[in-house]
Design a protein. Structure first.
Length: 432
């Protein structure tokens, strides 16, 4: 019998393809061991003396992602959407074989993808190489651009999905047979929070019987990296793989990365009825304009407090807070004030996984939600890597070693590069 409320929404499957490796367990292990998965920036088509560090998905995992997509669909995808398909497959597998009995038209799909409207340098490099060597193609500009889109003969409207904002939605839905309610959201962490909120709404209103939420993206695109560098958001990389130093006095910017996370969500009663094991209950999300939009830390703290209150909670009842910890002077200073205002000497411990995996964009909030079952099971909160002393006396930042405590609820905080901030609230599922 379930003791959940009638509209409780639980996660029953998790898939992750991240710089730390495959699955949430790999991310959890790296966090517990304070072992960053950031490395020297590398790309076969882009050279940079200024972008020095990046959160790359391991090459062998990238290959697995590509291999997970049917061969005839590969020309329509990108590396990070291949990873999204692999993550979705892993999440569905964990959700149990009985998940397959759910009719395709009752499977909802809600995706969050980083803004990828520009074709990457790699696509045009390959197209130009072909133009130089293939006399049947020549250097005709239209043919070069068509080749970059994956069709050397002519523009096929279907191929446009490989660069536009619904690429993840298109590839996952075709490869994994989703024909039900769907939605696609764009741009970093805010997109993931919106996709989660839409999935919760659709499940509670009976628009679908299960909802797969996928967040995927990569900052490894020349124009994106150049824009973040010019804006002063990126670390100079002076500490190598340890360069993302959340809340530390010597922080000088973030390190961006890539990855994909997928979650299977369903109504708790349905999950228990089909024999699935609830891993975490998702309560809700909040997203609103942030500092760059004229909203200060106190307003953002009140927004998080409102989210808690909607579920009968106050800040002091939280088991843990997962801070964004981007590592820029601007973002971290504002977040320290937000935490001080929200927690007010409650001694709720605060940590961040950001120095381990980097800023992931649309996969970020889902990666932290994927960590919640590990926190519940382990009864400890790993420390913030590289942080030796708390940046605020009134806030309990976890430094040095893991904090042992029972954790029944988690609030994760997120900020975006485009002026928004959000929060995600989850708790331990209560089923017997």
């Amino acid at each position: 019998m379930s003791t959940e409320t009638p509209d409780a929404i639980v996660v029953t499957g998790i898939g992750a393809v991240l710089p730390t490796g495959r699955g949430p367990e790999a991310l959890w292990t790296a966090w517990r061991e304070t072992r960053p998965a950031l490395s020297s920036y590398r790309d076969p088509y882009v050279r940079s003396r200024r972008i020095t560090q990046f959160g790359h998905v391991p090459d062998e995992l990238q290959k697995l992602g590509r291999d997970s997509v049917p061969h005839k669909l590969r020309k329509f995808g990108t590396p990070f959407t291949f990873n999204a398909v692999l993550a979705a497959q892993d999440a569905q597998r964990q959700a149990g074989k009985s998940w397959e009995a759910i009719p395709e038209e009752r499977r909802g799909l809600y995706v969050a993808q980083d803004d990828s409207t520009d074709l990457g340098a790699a696509a045009f490099t390959k197209a130009l190489d072909k133009a130089r060597t293939d006399t049947t193609v020549g250097a005709d500009l239209q043919r070069v651009v068509a080749e970059a889109f994956g069709n050397a003969a002519t523009f096929n409207p279907f191929t446009v999905i490989r660069a536009l904002n619904n690429n993840t939605l298109a590839l996952v839905s075709i490869a994994e047979r989703f024909r039900g309610d769907c939605a696609a959201f764009v741009q970093d962490a805010g997109a993931a929070l919106s996709a989660l909120q839409r999935a919760l709404f659709s499940l509670r209103n009976g628009h679908c019987d299960t909802a797969v939420v996928v967040g995927a993206g990569s900052y490894n695109e020349a124009l994106k990296l150049a824009g973040l560098y010019r804006a002063g958001q990126l670390s100079a990389g002076g500490h190598g793989g340890d360069s993302l130093r959340s809340f530390a006095p010597d922080r000088d910017g973030t390190v961006v990365g890539e990855g994909a996370v997928a979650l299977v969500l369903e109504r708790a009663a349905d999950a228990v009825a089909r024999g699935a094991r609830p891993l975490v209950e998702v309560l809700g999300t909040r997203l609103r304009p942030a500092l760059d939009g004229g909203v200060g830390p106190a307003d953002l703290a009140e927004s998080a407090r409102t989210l808690l209150a909607a579920h009968g909670m106050t800040p002091d009842m939280l088991g843990a807070v997962l801070a964004d910890g981007k590592g820029t002077v601007h973002h971290d200073t504002a977040e320290i004030e937000l935490l001080r205002t929200l927690l007010k000497d409650s001694r709720v411990p605060v940590s961040s996984v950001r120095p381990i995996v980097g800023t992931l964009g649309a996969a970020g909030p889902l990666a932290e939600l994927a960590l919640a079952p590990e926190l519940f099971a382990a009864g400890e909160l790993p420390p913030i890597a590289h942080l030796s002393t708390s940046p605020d006396e009134g806030t309990d930042f976890v430094t040095g070693s893991a904090r042992k405590r029972r954790i029944d609820s988690v609030l994760s905080l997120h900020s975006t590069f485009n002026g928004f901030a959000g929060a995600l609230l989850a708790k331990r599922p209560h089923t017997i």
